[in-house]
Design a protein around this ligand. Structure first.
Ligand code: SF4
Ligand code: SF4
Length: 289
């Protein structure tokens, strides 16, 4: 089968995004080679449900400048060209602020004295493992105090297994740069939301991201029954169909709180997620034609 990359996203945290990503992976792995990448690097939690055996880990780094003070003539060119204000000049000294540096390398390119070299700066860690049912699992974890999630997400995506048939990205919540970095090269985005005014507000933001990236998508309404029809009425006029509804159910809340995958503790959801996969492929084929 042609590989498909599916990102699971939501406008805010706690809508059931990881529940959907882990259930989809767990169901589809019985027939496909599935990879799940937890891109929510500020608060990864898919591993708590899938419980993979981690067999590889590696630091996630960006390259930041190091100033050779013997060569530096304090011309200030590097400070001038750094768009991210990661460099400052105090007298004849150039100071580097690693937390602001995006590792773009521009300062070293512009230094007329060849006084800037690049050194690795660790911003987090990446891990890989296998679940008992065979999902190839990857996650990244941003170090506390490090502000930039996107370099880890890009590095994680560099580890995507080209032999994978279904690649699932569990996106960070919201509509930030980290979300754009997760969804921009996905083939299809599943938007998980709730039928409430807050859910609708956040869904509209995510639809804005999809429009900007040109990525097709569909919607999953979680905790169906707790709100009103406003969200469904809104979606009627959009190219984002409702692909699945998951009712509000205390049994689901309890099972998830115990760290279980939905399709394991309520097996009838296995066929629901198989159907979801079929609907994704049908809609994707339609919009890509
Ligand atoms: S690598 Fe880029 S972001 Fe970092 S200090 Fe140099 S110019 Fe600024
Ligand atoms: S551009 Fe090079 S020489 Fe000029 S201040 Fe920066 S490090 Fe020093």
């Amino acid at each position: 089968m042609t590989p498909i990359k599916i990102a699971v996203a939501s406008g805010k945290g706690g809508t059931g995004k990881t529940m959907v990503a882990t259930s989809l992976a767990s169901v589809l792995v019985s027939e496909h080679r599935v990879q799940l990448i937890d891109c929510d690097v500020e608060a990864p939690n898919a591993h708590l449900f899938l419980k993979p055996s981690i067999n590889w880990s590696s630091p996630a780094v960006i390259m930041i400048p190091e100033i050779n003070e013997e060569r530096c003539t304090a011309c200030g060119k590097c400070v001038e060209v750094c768009e991210f204000h990661a460099l400052a000049q105090i007298g004849t000294r150039i100071l580097v602020f690693p937390q602001l540096c995006h590792g773009c390398g521009t300062c070293s390119l512009y230094c007329p004295e060849d006084a800037i070299s690049e050194i690795p700066h660790q911003i987090g860690e990446m891990s890989r493992g296998l679940t008992t049912n065979g999902v190839d699992f990857l996650m990244g974890e941003l170090t506390i105090s490090e502000p930039m999630a996107t370099p880890i997400i890009r590095q994680l995506k560099g580890l995507v297994n080209e032999k994978g048939e279904i690649i699932i990205f569990d996106s960070p919540p919201g509509a930030s740069c980290a979300v754009v970095a997760t969804v921009h090269d996905a083939d299809y985005v599943l938007l998980v939301t709730e039928p409430t005014p807050f859910g609708l507000h956040d869904l509209k933001q995510m639809i804005g991201v999809l429009k900007a990236t040109g990525t097709p998508g569909g919607v999953i309404i979680n905790r169906d029954g707790i709100g009103n029809q406003q969200l469904e009425s809104f979606l009627e006029g959009t190219p984002y169909p409702i692909l699945m509804k998951i009712p509000y159910d205390s049994e689901i809340a309890l099972g998830l709180a115990s760290g279980n995958v939905l399709t394991d503790f309520i097996p009838q959801y296995q066929s629901e997620f198989q159907s979801l996969h079929r609907r994704i492929l049908e809609h994707y084929a339609k919009v890509s034609a």
